[in-house]
Design a protein around this ligand. Structure first.
Ligand code: ATP
Ligand code: MG
Ligand code: FE
Length: 336
């Protein structure tokens, strides 16, 4: 079974071709990061226009690289939420139009379920497992009971983990996106230098809150400035990153314990963070839990993960109508 997956929910225009939900035949990503950099974040209107400019090229390139024609594709999948509505509509409309023109089944995919499905790419990893989804707009602890069967155990009450990286990076003058630049800066700093607060750390609470941490970092920077004292941005980056990793790792490991599941995984842009990966590996090894990481290139937005998620709908015969609309606040596990 060969599926073409299209992704345009935020600032990556992407398409991937995947065989049997696992084997990546191609994965083409056009990132708009350079376009949005000067604004310090994604500008929705610009994102939609950029998607329109490149979607066709990206899809054609994905098919060419995979050495398959549209006729050889069994189904076409596209993200229909959550995300920016104008951005979502580009990939969704394009995918639906291709499906209509070629008379192929169409499958609308939840972007967050796509991030989780990145774990299946190039791997034999399979449910049940507990997954930490930490991306630019979402932070969830999800019990993946089976393909397409999710129980959300906790989620952020305010900022997402990736959003906190982005906002703190901006405050430190490190640029955008925040994750990679903070990770680099943190290598030059002392992660024990500054103690920032952690939220919801009581046992059995799997919700997150990162806005308090963000505010604490901003307050620290302002206080140092008022006192005329220097700020070591490397120490701030390292201490901030350690704080986030402490929280994410503890909750994921605890969630696996609660579900009595010995398999965990991570997903979303923040899952490419090396400190998070190292820490989870240590803690999982110590507790006899098996941890699986998606390849870093499948952690941030891409089309292959959308095709992987669609595969499990396809084999169950679950396809979408061509009247499927974009749903900016689509929840995980919600099927429309
Ligand atoms: P969502 O998936 O919630 O709709 P998104 O698609 O914009 O949001 P992703 O592409 O999954 O998010 O991830 C982007 C986020 O990941 C950004 O916030 C970025 O700062 C963060 N990120 C990327 N690399 C790293 C890293 N090495 N360490 C920490 N965070 C990272
Ligand atoms: Mg992005
Ligand atoms: Fe994403």
């Amino acid at each position: 079974t060969i599926i073409l997956g299209i992704e345009s929910s935020c600032d990556e225009t992407a398409a991937g071709v995947v065989k049997n939900g696992k084997e990546v035949l191609s994965n083409v990503i056009y990132s708009q990061i350079e376009v949005h950099k000067k604004y310090g974040g994604v500008v929705p209107e610009i994102a939609s226009r950029k998607h329109i400019e490149v979607i066709s090229t990206v899809v054609v390139e994905a098919l060419e690289k995979a050495k398959v024609t549209l006729d050889e594709v069994d189904a076409i999948a596209a993200t229909y939420g959550p995300g920016l509505v104008g951005a979502l509509l580009v990939g969704l409309s394009y995918g639906k139009a291709l499906a209509y023109a070629k008379n192929k089944p169409f499958i609308g995919v939840n972007h967050i379920e796509g991030h989780i499905a990145a774990n299946y790419l190039g791997s034999e990893f399979a449910p049940p497992f507990v997954c930490l989804v930490a991306s630019g707009g979402h932070s969830h602890i999800v019990f993946v009971k089976d393909y397409g069967e999710y129980e959300v155990m906790g989620q952020t009450m305010d900022d997402a983990a990736g959003e906190a990286f982005d906002k703190v990076a901006r405050a430190l003058g490190l640029g955008y996106p925040g994750g990679p630049v903070i990770e680099r800066a943190a290598k030059l700093g002392n992660m024990e230098a500054i103690e920032f607060p952690k939220s919801f750390m009581e046992e059995g609470n799997f919700d997150f809150s990162f806005s308090g941490l963000k505010t604490a970092v901003l307050n620290y920077l302002n206080r140092q400035k008022q006192r005329g004292e220097d700020v070591n941005i490397y120490d701030v980056a390292a201490s901030f990153q350690k704080n986030v990793v402490d929280v994410l790792a503890k909750k994921l490991i605890d969630a696996a314990k609660v579900k009595k599941i010995d398999k965990i995984s991570i997903a979303g842009g923040v899952a490419s963070n090396s400190l998070l990966r190292e820490r989870l590996k240590e803690e999982a090894d110590a507790k006899g839990i098996k941890i699986h990481y998606p390849n870093k290139i499948y952690c941030t937005d891409n089309g292959a993960m959308i095709a992987a998620a669609a595969y499990y709908d396809f084999i169950k015969g679950k396809t979408s109508g061509l009247d499927l609309n974009a749903i900016p606040y689509l929840k995980i596990g919600e099927k429309i």
